[in-house]
Design a protein around this ligand. Structure first.
Ligand code: B1M
Length: 220
């Protein structure tokens, strides 16, 4: 009998992240994909649920840094396989626009940003992912070098939030702000904060990022 991809299957996937069980995580992903599992569902209904629980337990002092790192390693390995599938699921078509994306200076979280990159790519955008801990000048340089339509900035940490505002101010000084749309995202980013720093949009998850970018660029 074939494997059934249902909520129970996604719960099992989530549990591999909580357990930091990389090999089991990869096994379940490969088995799921072979049985028709949607790769974005696997991220959102499976892996993300697991890592959110780990994050909550870490915040509550139940889990410590070694467990967080082990869970993140399992998550990263799983997401890498799924990102490739998500990108490949995009239909071949003319690029809808160019997006430079990165995680701001002071922050090394890259999983969410990578998922957002993959989903934007699958939806027809040309994405230049410039990585993590990206300083202001590197964002500006990448926007210029790539003639970007949109700049995307991510952070999961409260302290580096101010970096997003600094990049936007720099864009204004360099005469880039009117030419390039800006979307920000990550768990501490709110609509109020986006308005405050003069960003054009906030993405609350990967699919929402696509909706917002489509809207910013007038894509139907
Ligand atoms: Co860190 N961490 N972490 N961590 N970590 C959080 C963010 C935290 C909330 C955990 C907690 O305390 N409960 C907390 C932040 C507290 C705060 O500042 N408010 C925290 C902390 C404190 C830290 C350290 C400081 C811990 C320490 O060293 N003492 C340290 C930071 C070091 C640094 O960056 N300078 C640290 C380190 C790490 C690891 C390296 C172990 C690992 C990251 C591994 C990696 O990325 N390669 C890690 C992890 C895994 C987490 C949690 C558990 C999960 C993050 C994740 O990958 N989520 C996280 C708790 C949590 O989020 N619940 C936590 C899954 C991912 C798919 O979702 O990233 O939210 P997410 O992305 C989503 C949306 O936010 C949105 O779409 C994505 C897809 O749906 N989105 C965008 C994100 N960016 C977007 C951009 C957009 C649009 C949408 O447009 C451009």
């Amino acid at each position: 009998m074939g494997v059934v991809i249902d909520d129970k299957y996604f719960d099992k996937l989530a549990q591999t992240i909580i357990d930091g069980a990389k090999a089991e995580c990869v096994h379940l992903i490969e088995e799921g994909l072979a049985n028709g599992m949607d790769p974005l569902d696997a991220v959102e209904k499976g892996l993300s649920k697991g890592i959110t629980k780990v994050g909550d337990d870490f915040g509550a002092g139940i889990f410590f840094l070694p467990e967080l790192i082990q869970a993140a390693n399992a998550m990263k390995e799983g997401v890498a396989i799924l990102d490739e599938k998500i990108k490949a699921s995009g239909k071949e078509r003319k690029s809808l626009g160019k997006i430079v994306i990165g995680t701001v200076k002071g922050d090394i979280h890259d999983i969410g940003k990578s998922v957002v990159s993959a989903v934007l790519q699958a939806n027809g955008y040309d994405v230049v992912d410039i990585g993590i801990d990206v300083p202001e000048n590197q964002f500006i340089q990448a926007v210029r070098d790539n003639n970007a339509d949109v700049l995307g900035m991510s952070t999961l940490l409260t302290l580096p939030l101010e970096e997003m505002g600094k990049v936007i101010e720099k864009m204004k000084e360099e005469g880039l702000r009117d030419k390039v749309k800006v979307i920000v995202g990550g768990c501490p980013v709110t609509q109020e904060f986006a308005d405050e720093i003069d960003a054009d949009a906030v993405g609350f998850d990967a699919q929402d990022a696509v909706v917002k970018v489509n809207r910013l660029l007038g894509v139907e």
